[in-house]
Design a protein around this ligand. Structure first.
Ligand SMILES: Nc1nc(=O)c2c([nH]1)NC[C@@H]1CN(c3ccc(C(=O)N[C@@H](CCC(=O)O)C(=O)O)cc3)C=[N+]21
Length: 292
C-alpha cells in the first residue's frame, strides 16, 4: 500500500504555480486574481474558503473574499456576480456552495462569466468537458487527475467505479476517467443510490472513486486486492476526544481498506488539498486566456 499524499502532490503543483506567477509579476504584469463569495456562515465552508484565500497568498495570487449575509436575496447575489464579471482585473469567480435554500444554485452558476468560471460548474464548462473541448475542469476531479499524474498512475484500460453522480464530482469524474486523455481511457461504471449490485461492481474495480458523502461507506469486503482508492468524502463527525469537537471522516473505512490497496488517498490530507491545487491552476488558466 502506498499513500497518495495530498500534502506532497499539492505542494509540487503549488511550487510550479508560484514559479509561473513569479515570472508573470517580474515581467511587469499584474498577478492572477480570484474572488471568492461566501454566503452565510457555514462552519465547513468557512474553513475551505479561508484555506483557498490563504493558498492564493502563498503562491502570489491576489484574492478577494466577499462575505454576504445569509439573508441576501438571489437578486443581490446575482448583482454582485455581474459586477465581478465586469471587473477587467479579476480572473476567477468562485461562489462557495452550498447556498441558502432561497437562492437557486443553477441561476448563480449560470450568471458567472464562462471565462471566469474557475469552478468549471457553468453549463458551458460542463458541456465542453463532456465534448472533450479544453475547458475549466471542476476542481475536485481536476485535483484527482493531478494526484494520479503526480504519482504516475496508469489508468488506461482499467475499470473505474465512481460512487456518486453529483455535478461537481462524480459525473465529471466519470467523464474524465472515460475520456481519451492521459489520465483517462478507463472503462467507467458510475454508481449511485439506486445501484443494485454496488458491492459486486466495486469488487470488479481497479480504481474506486468514493464520492457519495457517507462516512466510512466503503469497507474492505467491497475492495479487490491491489485496487486504487480515491476518497473524496469529507464529513465532520462529532468526536469528544478532539479539541475541535469533531473528527473528519472520508467515504472509505481507511484502516481496514488501506492494507488491501495498491494506492489510497487519506482524509484529511488527500483529495481536499488537491481540490485547492486544481482551483488555483484553473485561476492561472483563466488569467492566461484573459490577458493573452
Ligand atoms: N463553489 C465551490 N467550489 C468548491 O470547490 C467547493 C465548494 N463550492 N463547496 C464545498 C466543496 C468542498 N471543497 C473542499 C476544498 C478543500 C478542502 C480541503 O482543503 N481539505 C483539507 C482539510 C479538511 C478539513 O480540515 O476540513 C483536507 O482534506 O486535508 C476540502 C473540501 C471545495 N468545494
Amino acid at each position: 500500500m502506498q499513500l497518495l499524499d495530498g500534502k506532497i502532490a499539492s505542494k509540487a503543483v503549488k511550487e510550479k504555480l508560484q514559479q509561473q506567477v513569479n515570472e508573470i509579476v517580474s515581467s511587469g504584469k499584474r498577478a492572477p486574481h480570484l474572488a471568492v463569495i461566501l454566503v452565510g456562515n457555514n462552519g465547513a465552508s468557512e474553513t475551505y474558503v479561508a484555506s483557498k484565500v490563504k493558498t492564493c497568498g502563498e503562491i502570489g495570487f491576489k484574492s478577494t473574499m466577499i462575505r454576504l449575509d445569509v439573508t441576501v436575496s438571489e437578486e443581490g447575489l446575482l448583482q454582485e456576480i455581474i459586477k465581478l464579471n465586469q471587473d477587467e482585473a479579476l480572473d476567477g469567480i468562485l461562489v462557495q456552495l452550498p447556498l441558502p435554500k432561497h437562492i437557486s444554485e443553477q441561476k448563480v452558476i449560470a450568471t458567472i462569466a464562462p471565462e471566469k468560471d474557475v469552478d468549471g460548474f457553468h453549463p458551458i464548462s460542463a458541456g465542453n468537458l463532456m465534448l472533450g473541448i479544453p475547458s475549466f475542469i471542476p476542481a475536485t476531479p481536476y485535483g484527482i487527475m493531478l494526484m494520479l499524474e503526480h504519482y504516475n498512475i496508469e489508468t488506461k484500460g482499467k475499470h473505474a467505479v465512481v460512487i456518486g453522480r453529483s455535478n461537481i464530482v462524480g459525473r465529471p469524474m466519470s467523464v474524465l476517467l472515460s475520456g481519451n486523455n492521459q489520465y483517462g481511457n478507463c472503462t467507467v461504471t458510475l454508481c449511485h443510490s439506486h445501484t443494485h449490485n454496488l458491492k459486486e461492481l466495486c469488487l470488479e474495480a481497479d480504481i474506486i472513486v468514493a464520492a457519495l458523502g457517507k462516512p466510512e461507506f466503503v469497507h474492505a469486503d467491497m475492495v479487490k486486492d491491489g485496487a486504487i482508492l480515491i476518497d473524496v468524502g469529507i464529513t465532520r463527525v462529532a468526536d469528544a476526544t478532539k479539541k475541535s469537537g469533531y473528527s473528519i471522516k472520508g467515504d472509505v473505512a481507511f484502516s481496514e481498506v488501506a492494507p488491501k490497496t495498491s494506492f489510497i488517498t487519506p482524509v484529511p490530507g488527500g483529495v481536499g488539498l488537491m481540490t485547492i491545487a486544481g482551483l488555483l491552476k484553473n485561476t492561472l488558466k483563466a488569467y492566461e486566456l484573459r490577458t493573452k
